[in-house]
Design a protein around this ligand. Structure first.
Ligand SMILES: [Cu+2]
Length: 71
């Protein structure tokens, strides 16, 4: 399990924040999701054995936001 920060584009309100939080929490291997709306980031605990970068990208893009990377 590793703490990672996902950069997300297009979030503008609390509804966006909730949508992104729920989409990330639904992924196997992702937990402890905390979205920072102002920063455009989500802090997550990631188990990379269960979920890779592609899975995170798809979850964000599927609900209409922009995946801008992970660190
Ligand atoms: Cu919104």
């Amino acid at each position: 399990m590793a703490k990672r920060i996902v950069k997300i584009g297009g979030m503008s309100c609390d509804h966006c924040k909730k949508s992104v939080t729920e989409a990330l929490e639904a992924l196997n291997g992702v937990s402890d999701v905390s979205v920072d709306l102002a920063a455009g980031t989500a802090s997550i605990d990631l188990d990379e054995a269960q979920c890779g970068e592609d899975g995170i990208r798809a979850a964000i893009e599927d609900i209409g936001f922009d995946y801008l990377g992970i660190r």
